[in-house]
Write a protein that binds this ligand. Structure first.
Ligand code: ADP
Ligand code: MG
Length: 680
């Protein structure tokens, strides 16, 4: 937080540090920091009428107080109100001041959630006030999102001061507000920060309440404006126009064991057309798992490399995937006389220095790696095209690094996860999209089986017979979100059990805790076929391509999300052999798990699965939404506020054309301190 702002707002250093943690840097950030919920301190509920689970305020005389030491040190007090009903108060953390406040005979007002305790109803850590000293509140009390060590009164005061310091005058044109039927900003902010006495909780909790609608609209508008401006900026940038003469790509095509599908041809042409322009390309290549995006990436890279001295970078989100690409690209490109560099976090210092030097002086023209490619100290001689695989897996910070490196370079992003329409309209509004809508021919459809985990022995038998036919199998262990250690333990146990059950097979193990080099070594053994079975945690989820693997067993499939199941299943069915995916599940199954397993059992088309996934989860949860900047939307919800989004989207171009000063002011209010992130 800037010192001047801190001074104007009279905020102490410690408070300022906490506010920074909440990403509150400016007075406007604070003014737009809206309550999460409200507490009702306007009335006193008779203890007898306070129901379990309700948050309410009650008042009574302290009739008992004790510090207990068993089972742990805690302060217990009991209050009684006029009706004779009693309520226990319990504090696990307390200070002498609590004991004083709750001295026998004092009349206190407490607010908290009524819980069912062992000795009757109780409140744990309620808010306490002396009844004599405090009047009842006139209106609901706002409760703000906060962070450890920053209490509500301090935060409330900071918001209050900021609200008085900023200029909340209306900037949106009158005609616009009238048409949208939205209340003025100043009034909306006032209502939400200080609800008038006649407003009740229910009204305020409803997102359709006009004051909320106004704030959501303004937020969406800021997002639309900034996306549009980013697009304009990009379009006015200059990238190198890359026209390939085909001498490399034709050689590669001739060496391939297959011909491109019509869909691959089509997207290649779209990309080629973009690369020929001096406007930087910003294109997303969408295509289901196994649709053959990698060869499209390689051909696009060749278009660029057919131009003298030009460099291309290919980035993947995980070491395993980046390494796979490295191997593929080397195999494809070295026969064409193009050497490929490998850059990842796990490289030895000396190797890294060598790769970096070769990139800096242009000796190496194609680099493959993880986001290590875009660290500050990696310099390119003449970078013209960046290809990003599985782009939705990258975080905001990584994308920002890429962007800083890649001003004025062409960008091709690839993803197997289709973007829902609302996201496409908002966060990805600055992307052109190409889709591969057909799978390569001669794929035998994957057969999916749902099997109760109690029938594990049968599944092991199936693994054996599959491998005896010369094919390979994956065995994927459950995702244990709570504990990485536990996940590791399960994977190791599964590996040991499987080895014991199938002594004739060679079984390898990869998991997230292994060093990248160890992981790569095991993967290489599996790729070469010297391992029959690969036991893996979900690290293999993205991109791994071993066509000879025809069986995928997934344990505890009921715990996994649909996108993940689809990605995992897509690891098989890449070769000519008929492939099977066995989904092991453990009962009892919850509603959502049941619905998901039904979808994955019935469908193989990634777009259809993504559509149904959205129905089950809602787009807020969409894979990648979080990384793609959705936290930037604090109030609007892409699932419920589609019509506001449409309106903001329609309004944005008009404002940019006719009211540039309004645009500037609006963005200053909403993104003043966050601009860098949104453009990423
Ligand atoms: P993804 O789109 O999931 O990244 P990949 O690029 O890994 O898919 O391709 C999956 C598999 O399909 C690879 O083994 C690849 O060599 C193969 N493949 C790609 N295009 C074709 C094609 N036109 N005909 C046959 N096989 C293809
Ligand atoms: Mg891929």
């Amino acid at each position: 937080m800037q010192p001047e702002i801190r001074q104007t707002l009279k905020i102490t250093d410690t408070t300022a540090a906490k506010l920074e943690k909440l990403h509150l840097h400016s007075a406007w950030d604070l003014a737009l920091h809206l309550p999460l919920r409200y507490e009702d301190e306007t009335q006193i509920v008779p203890i007898a009428a306070a129901a379990v689970g309700e948050i309410c305020q009650v008042e009574g005389v302290v009739v008992y107080q004790e510090v207990q030491f068993k089972p742990r040190k805690q302060l217990i007090a009991r209050i009684q109100d006029g009706s004779g009903a009693m309520l226990n108060l319990r504090f696990i953390h307390f200070y002498p001041s609590h004991q004083k406040q709750l001295a026998q005979g004092e009349t206190v007002r407490v607010l908290g959630e009524i819980k069912r305790g062992y000795f009757g109803d109780e409140m744990i850590h309620p808010k306490i006030k002396s009844a004599e000293k405090s009047d009842l509140a006139q209106s609901l009390t706002p409760i703000y999102p906060t962070t450890n060590g920053l209490n509500q009164p301090t935060l409330r005061k900071a918001v209050q001061v900021a609200l008085n310091a900023v200029d909340v005058s209306e900037i949106l044109p009158d005609t616009v507000l009238r048409k949208l039927k939205l209340p003025p900003l100043a009034e909306s902010l006032r209502t939400l920060h200080h609800p008038p006495p006649d407003l009740d909780m229910k009204t305020l909790a409803n997102g359709a309440f006009p004051a909320w609608q106004r704030l959501k609209f303004d937020e969406l508008l800021a997002q639309q404006l900034s996306m549009r401006l980013a697009r304009q900026r990009r379009r006015s940038g200059h990238a190198k126009s890359l026209v390939g003469n085909g001498f490399l790509s034709e050689k590669l095509l001739a060496n391939l064991p297959f011909r491109l599908t019509a869909a691959q041809e089509k997207v290649c042409a779209e990309i080629r057309a973009d690369l020929a322009k001096s406007v930087p390309m910003h294109r997303l290549l969408q295509g289901d798992v196994g649709s053959g995006k990698t060869i499209v990436a390689a051909l696009s890279a060749l278009v660029a490399l057919e131009n003298d001295g030009v460099q291309v970078a290919v980035m993947a989100p995980t070491e395993i995937l980046a390494e796979q690409h490295f191997i593929k690209f080397k195999q494809w490109f070295e026969p064409l006389g193009i050497s490929v560099a490998w850059l990842s976090g796990s490289l030895k210092k000396k190797e890294k220095e060598q790769a970096k030097a070769a990139l800096a002086d242009g000796r190496i023209r194609l680099a493959v790696g993880t986001h290590a490619l875009f660290q500050h100290d990696v310099l390119f001689d003449n970078l013209a095209l960046v290809i990003v695989d599985e782009q939705h897996r990258f975080g905001v910070a990584q994308r920002l690094a890429l962007k800083n490196k890649g001003e004025d370079v062409h960008q091709l992003m690839m993803s197997a996860t289709p973007i829902p329409r609302t996201l496409a309209m908002s966060f990805f509004a600055d992307l052109d999209v190409s889709s591969i809508d057909e799978l390569p021919p001669n794929r035998t459809p994957i057969k999916t089986k749902l099997v109760n985990h109690l029938r594990r022995a049968e599944v092991e038998g199936f693994v054996l017979s599959t491998c005896q036919k010369g094919q390979q199998a994956y065995w994927v262990c459950p995702l244990i979100e709570e504990s990485e250690t536990l996940q590791l333990q399960t994977a190791t146990e599964t590996w040991e059990n499987l080895q014991a059950a199938l002594p004739d097979l060679k079984i390898g193990l990869v998991h997230g805790r292994m060093k990248p080099a160890e992981k790569a070594a095991v993967m290489a053994e599996f790729v070469s076929g010297s391992l029959n079975v690969l036991v893996a945690t979900t690290v293999i989820e993205v991109g791994v391509d071993v066509p000879n693997a025809s069986l995928m067993v997934i344990e505890h499939a009921e715990r996994m999300g649909l996108a993940q199941l689809h990605q995992l299943r897509g690891r098989v069915g890449r070769g000519a052999a008929a492939s099977t995916c066995v989904l092991l599940f453990a009962e009892p199954l919850g509603q959502i798990s049941k619905a998901r397993l039904k979808v994955i059992y019935e469908h193989t088309d990634g777009f259809e699965i993504a559509r149904q996934d959205l129905e089950i989860r809602g787009p807020g949860e969409f894979l990648g939404a979080r990384q793609s900047g959705a936290p930037m939307l604090r109030f609007a919800d892409l699932a419920t506020d589609v019509s506001l989004l449409e309106q903001a989207r329609q309004l944005a171009p008009m404002l940019i054309a006719e009211y540039p000063d309004v645009v500037e002011k609006h963005l200053e209010r909403w993104l003043g301190s966050k601009e860098g992130f949104l453009a990423a």
